[in-house]
Design a protein around this ligand. Structure first.
Ligand code: ADP
Ligand code: MG
Length: 247
């Protein structure tokens, strides 16, 4: 599902840690309702690129626009409001262990968005329903499987009404039998028109659900295209050898 408006645009992004260049001349556009997949070997800069998109990492140079706003120009003290627009889901779920599932999804809404409690709870239940876990609202996180906990983390991010969702290896910590439930949630989100940038090693899912696949290596975007192009007709030797190793 490819629509017109650019939701996320990365231009000439560079990131150095001390003297080491980790991202070099990254250009990437994600249009509204697109699901863009990022693949590449460990250490290629995938997480750093994602983290730059909500300024968890400070770019060394370059620009990032999200929903028409140049987020790389925002003063540090104003980052919180911008971050609400950018939902982020990591490998670990980071739920509060002493709070119910519902409270976990409510908390950021009442704190960060100042949403009234009743409204936040209604929104939380709606988002838990979206990820198939409304019936677990009163459960504690440790009563859930890893896949369910990750779906709660997704609901928590969605409850803040983000414009873009960033996923950094959301299924890597899960037992294989739990991966599918999380991927299904991502597919449902795509069908609803959410804009998503996803770092993942789930190649079968990328083939099936991604609008575009971006291959990173050594801090560069080496190749990008449709899943058919990237998986079916890789051009660079680096992508060919990567695909041979992972599949
Ligand atoms: P990927 O997610 O593709 O595995 P990362 O973005 O995590 O790659 O890391 C890219 C490179 O940047 C790696 O060489 C990593 O060691 C380095 N790196 C990441 N974070 C830091 C940091 N905070 N300080 C120094 N080097 C870092
Ligand atoms: Mg990473």
């Amino acid at each position: 599902m490819t629509q017109g408006r650019t939701m996320l645009e990365i231009t000439a992004l560079e990131k150095r840690f001390d003297q080491t260049a980790v991202l070099r001349a990254i250009d990437l556009k994600v249009r509204e309702a697109e699901l863009v997949f990022v693949i590449g070997p460990s250490g290629s800069g995938k997480s750093t690129m994602l983290r730059c998109c909500n300024r968890l990492e400070e770019p060394t140079s370059g620009a990032i626009m999200i929903d028409g706003q140049r987020i790389t120009d925002i003063p540090r003290r104003d980052l919180d409001r911008m971050r609400l627009k950018v939902g982020m889901v990591f490998q670990g779920f980071h739920l509060y262990p002493h709070m119910s599932v519902l409270k976990n999804v409510v908390l950021a809404q009442t704190k960060a968005l100042k949403r009234p409690k009743a409204e936040a709870e209604a929104r939380a239940l709606e988002m838990l329903d979206q990820v198939g876990l409304k019936h677990k609202a009163e459960a504690m996180p440790n009563e859930l499987s890893g896949g369910q906990q990750q779906r709660v983390a997704i609901a928590r991010a969605l409850a803040l009404d983000p414009k873009v969702m960033l996923f950094d290896e959301p299924t890597s910590a899960l037992d294989p039998e739990l991966v599918g439930s999380v991927l299904k949630v991502m597919k449902d989100l795509r069908a609803k028109g959410m804009t998503m940038l996803v770092v993942s090693h789930e190649m079968a899912f990328a083939r099936e659900a991604a609008d575009r696949v971006v291959f990173m290596d050594g801090g560069y975007i080496v190749e990008q295209g449709t899943p058919e192009e990237v998986f079916g007709n890789p051009k660079s030797d680096r992508l060919k050898s990567f695909l041979a190793r992972v599949s």
